[in-house]
Design a protein around this ligand. Structure first.
Ligand code: PRX
Length: 645
């Protein structure tokens, strides 16, 4: 047993699970004891879901970077913390040891301090997948600033909205980012986002692509210059490092924006202690990490998966984490397998959409790749179809690697339902059992627990969780009421996930997908309302309705029904204009896959769009569209079906 809290048998899983439910405070105190605290907690847990108020390890003092870095230095100082694989395989790999990580993170903290960043300030990070992104995140954490990483695919408008919501005063970015054959001009996007912005004081720019950028005097500064200065300063002051800020257990660690069914994205807030304990505990147990293993999570750090399973979980466990700058298909569709072979990866954690996309290239890209180092495979982000599961198992895992299907969310901080690799059984396309501390419950529309099995022997309902685990979100930034309404008000005293699920007789869960108006496009969450708002910004659009439809690679695609004013111009051009508008407002990730022009939308007499019908049409259904009698104008449905793409 490499970690004191590592579950090493099925029997132990059952024992630990039981204890975690019956005596949660004792259970989590024992686990938390294995971390480094400046001061231990007064209380393990205080909570009620009605406000909601959730406090873990209250009164404890810590800094998460002392757990992710400093505590490992003595034994693991020269061990790789990060192995960085560049976009271009010809470029040199960078291996960042724990010692080096410590040095760089201290420099970033000093650099931030020099530029006026204080504990509690919000720092927006918009960078490519380079080691400096990890330094930036941990540098913020070391000084107690709240980081908010924004995925590189979001547009200037999206960034502007997030900057405003977070009231961010600082930005860390790059001149550009490499992604496959593309060179993405990040700083130029930031410049656009800052037009009209009144709060941002400093923009720190790391030079990655040597793309020419504008540098505004007094506001924009170069990372390299500032870091060099900070380095000398730490040395000249005779310090061995930058002393980490002492944080309260419940001080915010970061904000990460995510889409919901209504309005603009919300800033999910995670706090220091609970998030640290949860990501470390789940990392070690789900992936059965053993010291020395090479862990490769292919996610982008712009999303929660990268936060929890590239940065915080692995580093807190003293692991070696592979960070990949590029994309799975560049320069060839064998890139992931090259990386596994080159770095002797033991654990590979990726998304079903990536697996499906690589499947479409056949097995040729795998030939001559040595995948024998792999011990464990994982998936995350969306339901995995059985075909992809088996392909992954047979061709990548060579039928010897357990596959963990990890279900979780931005709001949950880390995995909630997943098998534990090689310890608890796997079941293709099922996330299986809850982790210790997690109490799932399936409810009907009114919030009553469903215990009756349907004709297939399964229980089907909306997935809620009964009690808090350490990694649960605490609030949504600047609007606690929004957090309550979104997650804790649908069903009294329950956290509502927004997902539907099935449960079998053995207690396994299978997530069937969102039951709200949230789409899951290639494992990324996008609200239909958000896409509609963006489409409606196009000057020719009168109204639109967006639904998801099954997509071979992405899992779900975006289907937009659009009422357009007038018949001007070429239809194709109009579609491109609408897509370009969505790209500008949200980002390329939200561009509709299909746009159908219609003259009307199916609405009830009270004006509500009947998405159920549109969803069926988008799925290719032409008859069985359900009850259309309550529609204001049932004729509209026939017309939409007739003109379907
Ligand atoms: O619908 C579920 C789906 O992804 C949603 C959460 O998205 P996000 O906050 O972006 O986090 C993704 C990475 C954790 C969930 O509500 N989802 C995530 N993992 C799975 C999944 N659906 C099925 N199976 C999974 N393993």
């Amino acid at each position: 047993m490499a970690y004191p809290f590592q579950i090493t048998s099925l029997n132990q899983y059952h024992i630990d699970y039981k204890k975690s439910i019956e005596q949660p405070e004792e259970f989590w105190a024992t686990i938390a004891d294995t971390f480094y605290w400046r001061k231990k907690w007064d209380n393990v847990l205080e909570w009620n879901f009605n406000e909601p108020k959730i406090e873990w390890f209250k009164g404890a003092k810590l800094n998460i970077t002392e757990n992710c870095i400093d505590r490992h230095l003595e034994k693991l100082g020269n061990k790789p913390a990060i192995i960085w694989e560049p976009n271009n395989p010809e470029e040199k790999v960078r291996v960042v040891t724990y010692n080096r990580l410590h040095k760089r993170v201290c420099q970033v903290a000093q650099m931030l301090k020099n530029n006026g960043v204080k504990k509690g300030d919000r720092v927006c990070i918009y960078m490519g997948m380079i080691p400096e992104l990890t330094y930036a995140i941990l540098g913020c954490a070391r000084i107690g600033a709240i980081h908010s990483v924004i995925f590189g695919g979001f547009s200037a408008q999206s960034i502007a909205d997030r900057l405003e919501d977070a009231n961010a005063e600082f930005i860390i970015t790059c001149d550009g980012a490499y992604r496959g054959a593309k060179d993405i001009p990040l700083k130029a996007v930031i410049d656009d986002a800052l037009i009209g912005n009144k709060t941002v004081k400093k923009v720190i720019v790391y030079n990655r692509t040597r793309t020419p950028v504008s540098m505004v005097k007094g506001r924009d500064i170069w990372w390299e210059d500032e870091m060099e200065f900070a380095e000398h300063q730490i040395e000249n002051e005779g310090n061995v490092h930058f002393e980490a800020e002492e944080m309260d257990a419940e001080d915010p660690l970061f904000i990460l924006y995510t889409s919901g069914s209504t309005g603009k994205p919300k800033g999910v807030v995670h706090t220091c202690a609970g998030y640290m304990v949860w990501t470390t505990y789940t990392f070690v147990n789900v992936f059965q990490y053993n010291p020395g293993d090479i862990h490769f999570c292919t996610a982008d750090i712009g999303w929660i998966t990268g936060h929890s399973y590239i940065v915080y979980g692995p580093l807190s466990a003293g692991a070696t984490s592979v960070m990949f700058e590029g994309i799975p298909t560049f320069p060839t569709a064998g890139r992931f397998w090259d990386i596994v072979d080159k770095h002797k990866v033991n654990i590979l954690y990726t998304a079903p959409t990536a697996i499906r996309s690589l499947m479409s290239f056949g097995t040729e890209p795998i030939h001559n790749k040595n995948l024998s180092s792999l011990k464990i495979l994982g998936t995350v982000g969306e339901p995995i179809n059985e075909e992809a599961w088996h392909w992954y198992n047979e061709n990548i895992g060579l039928q010897k690697c357990p596959i963990v299907d990890t279900w979780w969310q931005t709001e949950t901080g880390g995995c909630l339902i997943s098998n534990l690799a090689g310890i608890t059984p796997s079941k293709p396309s099922w996330a299986t059992l809850p982790l210790p501390g997690v109490q799932p419950v399936l409810v009907d529309e009114t919030g009553n627990e469903i215990t009756e099995k349907d004709e297939t022997g399964l229980i089907k309902g909306n997935l809620c969780i009964k009690a808090p685990w350490p990694g649960i979100l605490r609030t949504t930034w600047s609007d606690h009421e929004r957090c309550r309404v979104n997650y804790f008000a649908t069903y009294p005293s329950l956290y509502f996930t927004g997902d539907g699920a099935l449960k079998d007789g053995d207690g396994n869960y299978r997530i069937t997908g969102r039951v709200d108006d949230v789409l899951n496009i290639s494992g990324h969450r996008i609200g239909t309302a958000e896409v509609e708002n963006a489409i409606n910004m196009h000057s020719g659009v009168v109204e639109s309705a967006v639904v998801g439809y099954p997509h071979n690679i992405k899992g779900q695609g975006i289907y937009a029904f659009v009422i357009y004013n007038g018949t001007d111009g070429d239809e194709n051009l109009r579609k491109q204009d609408i897509s370009a508008t969505v790209s500008k407002i949200i980002g390329a990730i939200a561009k509709p896959d299909k746009i159908q022009f219609v003259t009307g939308l199916p609405k009830t007499r009270s004006g509500k769009i009947m998405r159920r019908i549109l969803r069926k049409i988008a799925e290719g259904e032409t008859s069985n569209l359900g009850d259309t009698t309550t529609l204001l104008d049932p004729g509209v449905v026939d017309e939409i079906v007739q003109s379907k793409l």
